[in-house]
Design a protein around this ligand. Structure first.
Ligand code: ACO
Length: 346
């Protein structure tokens, strides 16, 4: 997956935390998006919108939609197989599978257990986590804790979503924004090698109502009324979410840079949650980053929630935008509210 180069030694806060030089590395990445492309032009035929409005307000041109018989676990399993090949390891080497998703196949069993069966990772334990669009970084941090504590050697982290299953396709405020897909990473400890330098996570439950799916849980189980009231679909206050996203992503990015004593100019590639081009630009401008540093793929996929930065990381690596020794900044924001950032020395 990587080419040789002299490792650069950056301030790694993890090393100060007593991990005896053990560094947690992403040793393989992979992704999968469904074949079906839904363009802005097609959406113009179903809701009152236009390619011009969607492109100018969001940067999104098209998104991928999973087939009716293709579920989150299927997308996740394909991304996982891609990451296993990239890492050069087999499924029976995986100790733990963590799937970040807000669109599990069902409430239980977990999507991680379904993925375990689909890829044949017989030795692995598995569970799901839910931090909406921030899920992949939250899952990376959890994986890192297991690896650094010597509990597990190899952890498969997946961000996967079939958001098309919870989108109200009659609501132009939300239906143009989202898409389906999955991204995966294999985490292992590599003594004295490159790796995750630091991560940070944050939450603010007081703003949970900005972005939610009201029904389907214990508060509002499915009833004919809840279905008729369209409560099983994602709802969002776009304007307030936008403001919160910019502020939270900016401070998370600044926090991880400060912890590693890095300037933004030292970062080779910034991979932000791909929700809205205007959010990505507002954050990178305030960080003082150049256009060349910022990786964008949301024009192709829209917002794929927990899968978003995972797919973008895979594409950035495979496009050569991230090379061995480069510093990568990941920054995310999602429902909860939740946010996070990570610095990786690739
Ligand atoms: N086509 C045409 N017009 C539209 C559309 C559409 N698809 N959607 C909304 N409009 C209209 C609105 O109704 C409104 O009309 P009005 O003024 O007559 O009421 C007008 O366009 C302006 O709407 P705004 O809300 O002001 O548009 P804004 O510039 O804020 O962009 C958007 C809306 C794209 C949703 C933006 O607010 C946004 O991206 N928010 C953040 C989303 C996000 O980051 N989510 C991240 C987390 S997602 C997760 O965790 C699952």
């Amino acid at each position: 997956m990587t080419t040789d180069s002299t490792p650069k030694v950056f301030n790694n806060p993890r090393k100060k935390e007593g991990f005896n030089g053990r560094v947690c590395s992403i040793v393989g990445v992979g992704s999968y998006v469904p074949e079906r492309v839904l363009t802005n032009a097609e959406l113009e035929k179903t809701v009152e919108t236009s390619d011009d409005w969607i492109t100018s307000r969001t940067g999104i041109k098209e998104r991928r939609i999973a087939a009716a018989n293709e579920y989150t676990s299927d997308l996740a399993a394909k991304a996982a197989q891609n990451a296993l090949e990239n890492a050069g390891i087999t499924a029976d080497q995986i100790d733990l599978i963590i799937v970040a998703t807000i669109t599990p196949d069902m409430l239980f069993p977990s999507t991680a257990c379904l993925v375990q069966q689909k890829i044949g990772a017989k030795r692995a334990a598995g569970f799901d986590i839910e931090a909406a669009c921030s899920g992949f970084i939250f899952a990376l941090e959890i994986a890192q804790q297991f690896v650094m504590s010597h509990t597990y050697e190899t952890v498969l982290v997946i961000g996967a979503e079939k958001l098309s299953s919870i989108i109200d396709w009659t609501d132009r405020n939300t239906c143009v924004l989202f898409g389906d897909g999955a991204g995966a990473a294999i985490i292992q400890a590599r003594p004295d090698s490159h790796g995750l330098l630091t991560t940070c996570m944050g939450s603010d439950g007081s703003k949970g109502e900005l972005l939610s799916m009201p029904a389907g849980g214990s508060r509002c189980p499915a009833t004919p009324d809840s279905v008729a009231s369209r409560l099983h679909y994602l709802r969002m206050d776009g304007k307030e979410t936008f403001k919160s996203a910019v502020n939270a992503m900016l401070s998370a990015a600044q926090e991880v840079l400060r912890r590693c004593q890095l300037e933004i100019s030292q970062i080779k590639c910034i991979i932000s949650h791909q929700a809205n081009l205007r959010i990505i630009n507002a954050v990178s401008d305030r960080l003082g980053a150049t256009e060349e540093q910022v990786f964008i793929n949301l024009h192709k996929y829209g917002n794929t929630s927990a899968a978003s930065v995972a797919i973008a990381l895979d594409e950035a690596v495979k496009a050569g935008r991230v090379q061995r020794g480069d510093l990568v900044l990941l920054v995310v924001f999602g429902a909860g509210l939740t946010w996070g950032a990570a610095v990786i020395e690739w």
